[in-house]
Write a protein that binds this ligand. Sequence first.
Ligand code: AMP
Ligand code: GLY
Length: 403
Amino acid sequence: MKVLLVGSGGREHALAWKLTQAPNLEELHAAPGNPGIAALGRCHPVRAEDGEGLLTLARSLEADLVVVGPEAPLVAGVADELRHVGVPVFGPSSGAARIEGSKTFAKDVMDAAGVPTAESLSIARPPCVIKADGLAAGKGVFVCHDQAQLDVALHAASSFGDSIVIEELLEGEEISVFALCDGARALALPAVQDFKRAEDGDTGPNTGGMGSYSPVAGFGPAEVEEILETVHRPVLEELAARGVPFVGVLFAGLMLTDDGPRVLEFNCRFGDPETQSLLPRVDGDLLGALARAAAGDLSSVDLDVSDAATVTVVLAAVDYPTANDVGSPIDGLEDAAEAGALVFHAGTALKGDRLVTNGGRILGVTSTGATVAEARERAYAACKYISFPGMRYRSDIAAMVHV
Ligand code: AMP
Ligand code: GLY
């Protein structure tokens, strides 16, 4: 198969790494990709949001499958355009991607499907959570414990221009549960925990994610299957009934409250940096599964998952998430890889043949072990080999986890 992978982050590098292990892969192409992906396949200078450019590229490559990584092109309808000309796509239509693109749509679907979620409130009164309706790259959610926080939140949320959602403030641990979907069926992937705050001890501003690990204690295959039954499958059924069947990864962000799991949000794609910890645990043929999902029939697919544990530590720019870093030289990747780690590029570029920073989250370092504690020790040991000016990372990813 010839595969075109859309995107340029750490998630896409992890997907590229996994896809190149597939027995049926003939050629891997990426748009636009990154220097890490360029070592595994051919990168083309087409942006992920450039629907027309992707269409032309997919046709000229005679791609057998397009795998779309990020949400923005999906919400914008890139998958629809490709399908319209007969190119198989792993990724939802714009109608189905609204499950991530619009919080009010997601709430409406969950209500209709009977999926447990935070209660919607009609009046903004603390404690509560304010969410801007549309895509906001993780910056549109405000957790308000008091009136001062609420005042700031209402002002900030209105700057996104869309309507807002007000919901009850929930407390508990968060997990990410992913399912591969073919429009009707959902196939479970291992649960992952992500660390969203910028600083140790879950303090500082929210980010795209500073690290992740898998497996999550208490969330083995049986528990994940139960979540799929109560969350993913009812949503799939509801979307299909509305004429927008979901093909791709349905990603539920859940909070484990004292009253049971509650959905905080849905995403229409793989998580970043969850994917970097998830895919090294998948032993089966991921490409085969994505192709079957895109073809609308996952019924005969079974993906083996290993018992191994994984930990991913994100190496970020000095001012992330406030500002990116561009052009600072990066060293030590080979040494980290030699120490046994997988080093996934997220925000890097080549200046001549020098690897330099080019973003907020620069690299992800993933290690595997028999336990989370072992994987964690290895990941942090590998991080020590890597350096760039201002490099920083959380020191408590997967700490206190003894699986
Ligand atoms: P979301 O983009 O909806 O996942 O929200 C981002 C983060 O805000 C989540 O990972 C939670 O930490 C927090 N959050 C979202 N909704 C709620 C809620 N109803 N109660 C408490 N925290 C929430
Ligand atoms: N790590 C959270 C996300 O991908 O949305």
